[in-house]
Design a protein around this ligand. Structure first.
Ligand code: ATP
Ligand code: MG
Length: 350
């Protein structure tokens, strides 16, 4: 029987062990997840240090690093879970969005595993994966809830109506919030990855520099975001000060930018909570690892009967566990790919 026929007759059970494979950027990540909620193993091999001297991820270097790391990550995950490949019920892999060459390493590897074991190949949206990290953080979490998606490539406030049905209330009309952190980091002379370094510096500064309010006179959704103007305002502030021979306090710039970039996420998410009447708020994507944002959200929901789900920082940035968690949901639906699966640079947010 060929692979396609074998998979079309596959017996789907709620009790399933899913391997989640993620290679969309600079993390080679492989995890093993039981029933969508329990992490049996979780390996991340990052090539971040190889990109530092270039100031950002170099796609070719990332792809090569994936090819050398993926077997080790997989073997370690199986060993730590005390399982063999045959114990895995399906292979979930990020199909997009991300760097094509990097994605192709994970997709090809997952295809080979699926073919060799005769188990389903489950394509997963990286973005849905970020949101699914919340199911690992709170084993009782069930939709509906509101999720703030704040990552390197995306910024949105999303109503998760059920496991498969999302409504986007607002999203960025230009740069993503993580991208803005990375660009501001560069202006301030901080290394890649910028987000954690801006956060570290901001701890030593004060929010005392006036930066423009986002989307003044904007006619689109009141829940949309725009980070390009904020980034330009920071660039202008730094350059104008230096032109005038004035010293800038980099920590104050970092703190002021951080507040301007993140306070608005909290405000808009709370509005969506109010409109939907949902009582649970989750956060996802790399920027969700930001301590200032996590604290601000914790304070914002206090005494409001809103449950806040904050995934561990490790599961905010790219990881295989979130792909396994979302992979389980797609597996239950029988969303299987055949061996012609290709990587996608862009996937729709929904
Ligand atoms: N502590 C932090 N504070 C602010 N930003 C952070 C922090 N940690 C990580 N980030 C930012 O998160 C981003 C990385 O997150 P993530 O891995 O989710 O993005 P991505 O995978 O590149 O993009 P996407 O998920 O949208 O495809 C980077 O822009 C990084 O600067
Ligand atoms: Mg990501």
């Amino acid at each position: 029987m060929n692979y396609k026929d074998k998979i079309s007759n596959f017996n789907i059970s709620n009790d399933a062990v899913i391997m989640g494979i993620e290679t969309s950027c600079d993390e080679t990540a492989v995890a093993i997840i039981k029933n969508g909620r329990e992490i049996l193993a979780d390996e991340i091999i990052s090539s971040a240090t190889e990109h530092v001297r270039f100031g950002g991820v170099v796609p070719e270097i990332a792809s090569r690093a994936h090819t050398t790391a993926i077997l080790t990550a997989t073997q370690n995950a199986l060993k730590n879970a005390n399982l063999t490949l045959n114990d895995v019920d399906a292979f979930a892999v990020t199909e997009g969005a991300g760097l094509l060459g990097a994605l192709l390493v994970g997709v090809s590897f997952a295809k080979a595993l699926a073919f060799a074991t005769g188990k389903p190949l489950v394509p997963v949206s990286h973005i849905r994966g970020h949101i699914a990290a919340s199911y690992l953080a709170d084993k009782d979490l069930k939709p509906p809830f509101v999720s703030i998606l704040a990552s390197g490539g995306h910024t949105a406030v999303i109503a998760v109506k059920d496991y498969y049905d999302f409504e986007i209330y607002g999203s960025t009309i230009d740069d993503a919030v993580g991208e803005a952190f990375d660009k501001v980091a560069r202006i301030l002379g901080l290394n890649y990855p910028g987000g954690p370094n801006v956060e570290r510096l901001a701890k030593e500064g004060k929010n005392c520099i006036a930066l423009p309010k986002m989307l003044k006179n904007y006619k689109g959704s009141e829940f949309d975001f725009s980070y390009s103007g904020l980034k330009t305002a920071v660039i202008n502030y730094v350059h104008n000060s230096l032109d005038r021979g004035q010293q800038i306090n980099k920590a104050d710039v970092a703190a002021s930018f951080q507040s301007a970039a993140l306070d608005v996420l909290v405000e808009k998410a709370l509005k969506v909570i109010k409109i939907t009447g949902y009582d649970t708020l989750t956060i996802s994507g790399g920027v969700a690892a930001n301590g200032y944002l996590r604290e601000k959200l914790t304070k914002a929901v206090q005494n409001k009967n809103i449950k806040l789900v904050l995934p561990e920082k490790r599961y905010c940035t790219d990881n295989g566990a979130m792909i396994g968690a979302e992979g389980y949901l797609q597996y239950l639906k029988g969303n299987f790919a055949d061996l012609s699966l290709n990587a996608k640079a862009v996937v729709a947010l929904k």
